[in-house]
Ligand binder design. Structure first.
Ligand SMILES: [Zn+2]
Length: 531
């Protein structure tokens, strides 16, 4: 019974934990690292063909994004997830594959002119389809017996439609241990989805810490706040551009804009147009609409009154890529909601290119911006950013709509942990920037007086005896975009080199004979390639 941490260890994205029990190999999430060096950080530290299950907490790509990569390299087990998560993953993984194929093609066109070797997309649409076919729906609250000695249960954690905490019971040698994976813990009072549900107890808890050191400000009246931004921007003749996560955040924005329109808060711009320019966001909106049984009380109440909570007049969603380009040639002030939320990919890059330099426009950030992303640079006040190889001045008003977060803050995370009725043997803190993981760990140690660890990458624990059996390594923090990190095939080589260091570290204390043989093999490889 062993648990190791293969992603989101002292990092915010790339969630992946690895449980070995009863002869089975199980991943809990298999997310994609996001940021500038994404190709470099996607190597799989497990043998995909050996994995029996992936237990998926929710559909966000930093939790699900590498499942197609697993499928590409031989994973044929099951992906256990709620039905809504499966629905959302079906569109998100296809979208992810599409973006990667597209970006590889674009880089290759550029690379060819510069005489560089072609790069391969990390995975293709075919790999995504393979992954999607492996999903196995699990309902909230129902215990599923996966294998002899292994049971799981999903509980609504209020972070995204379909999101869950996962409890895993493992029995080995007559001893049962329960491990609770928090997934991303949601916020209270979010539109459309329910508040987080709480768990009763566990021997081991793996908890996220995105906002582990922060207390969200008292949430503003989003309608009022958003309406003020729209009013002043439209009065200046500008557009409001909102880089948004296609799934979840976009539907929340639609919820607020519907209310703004219904209450007629905006004056002088009757029936203003709102574009959702992201095919993914549009499909996700349809999935939300199909999974209405997961809505919270307020949304169900609206439905009862015959009001679709995420629909309103002059909401324009059917946008081809040609129409998308034309949006910015029409001078009517408008709201443009587009993906991706951190401005790293997708059509949002076009909208930023057309609106960032215009001082009458406003860019509204409504979600977390990871280190190194274009979104983070803009939020932190960069005077210009690079888009499509072109330097674009940031003259637009930049607004951060605080509090519109799918993540619980520190009091929310503590509330989730406080609900456990008996002390766990060990708490593991993951999914946070390095310093936040460490600080939050200290807070939990002081509060619960149990061992709390923020594990490093590759760190491994024996859960039967609650002891560390393998050290991990601290990966360097993702750097900002200005640093020149290698990408493409060379990036893969660098990643392979780093992986080699992890494997070397894992062999510490091994038999001298084996270590010598390993060293000989590495040296032979170096001889061969040292040119
Ligand atoms: Zn998430």
């Amino acid at each position: 019974m062993k648990l190791s941490f293969l992603g989101a260890a002292h990092e915010v994205t790339g969630s992946c934990h690895y449980l070995q029990a009863c002869g089975k190999k199980i991943l809990i999430d298999c997310g994609m690292q996001q940021g500038p060096d994404e190709y470099e950080r996607q190597e799989l530290p497990v043998t995909p063909g050996e994995i029996d299950y992936v237990l998926l907490t929710h559909a966000h790509i930093d939790h699900s994004g590498r499942i197609p990569l697993l499928a590409k390299y031989g994973f044929r087990g099951s992906v256990c997830a709620t039905e809504a998560t499966g629905d959302l993953c079906a569109i998100m993984l296809r979208d992810s594959a599409h973006i990667q194929e597209f970006e590889a093609e674009w880089k290759n066109r550029k690379g060819k002119r510069a005489g560089r070797d072609p790069i391969e997309p990390m995975y293709t649409m075919e790999d995504a389809e393979k992954a999607i076919s492996l999903f196995m729906p699990c309902s909230y609250g129902k215990t599923v017996h996966l294998e002899e000695g292994i049971s799981i249960r999903f509980t609504d954690v209020g972070h995204l439609m379909g999101s869950a905490s996962i409890e895993v019971w493992v029995t080995e040698n007559g001893i049962t241990k329960k491990i609770a994976f928090s997934g991303d813990v949601g916020n209270l009072n979010q539109p459309l989805i329910n508040d987080p549900s709480y768990l009763m107890g566990a021997d081991y808890i793996v908890i996220e810490s995105t906002y582990g050191t922060r207390t969200h400000q008292k949430p503003p009246d989003y309608c009022e706040a958003l309406a003020e931004i729209i009013q002043r921007t439209f009065d200046r003749g500008g557009n409001v551009v909102i880089p948004s996560f296609a799934v979840g955040r976009t539907q929340e924005l639609l919820y607020f804009i519907r209310e703004i329109k219904e209450r007629q808060i905006i004056t002088g711009h009757p029936n203003f147009p709102v574009y959702v320019d992201s095919p993914l966001a549009i499909e996700a909106t349809q999935i939300f609409d199909r999974n209405r049984e997961n809505y919270d009380f307020e949304a169900i109440e609206l439905l009862r009154r015959g009001i679709n909570p995420i629909q309103f007049p002059n909401l324009i969603t059917a946008v081809t890529s040609e129409e998308s380009k034309n949006i910015n040639f029409d001078t009517t002030p408008k709201v443009i909601i587009s993906a991706s939320g951190m401005c790293e990919a997708g059509r949002i890059k076009h909208h930023l290119k057309h609106n960032l330099w215009r001082e009458e426009c406003t860019i509204v950030f409504v979600g977390y911006q990871a280190h190194g992303t274009t979104g983070r640079l803009i939020v932190e006040g960069a005077p210009s950013v690079k888009l499509f190889g072109e330097s674009i001045d940031v003259n637009a008003e930049v607004v951060r709509l605080e509090g519109l977060s799918g993540h619980a803050d520190q009091p929310g995370l503590l509330r989730w942990l406080d609900s456990f009725t008996y002390p766990p043997e060990h708490i593991f803190v993951v999914h946070g920037e390095a310093s936040i993981c460490d600080t939050f760990s200290q807070i939990l140690t002081d509060r619960y007086h149990v061992p709390v660890t923020a594990p490093d990458f590759g760190e491994e624990y024996d859960l039967l005896h609650n002891v560390k059996i393998r050290d991990g390594i601290r990966r360097p923090e993702v750097q900002t975009k200005s640093s020149s990190l290698p990408t493409g095939v060379f990036g893969r080589l660098i990643a392979a080199g780093k992986r080699l260091m992890v494997v070397i570290e894992h062999n510490r204390g091994g038999a001298n004979k084996d270590l010598a043989r390993f060293a000989d093999q590495i040296n032979a490889l170096c001889e061969k390639w040292n040119r």
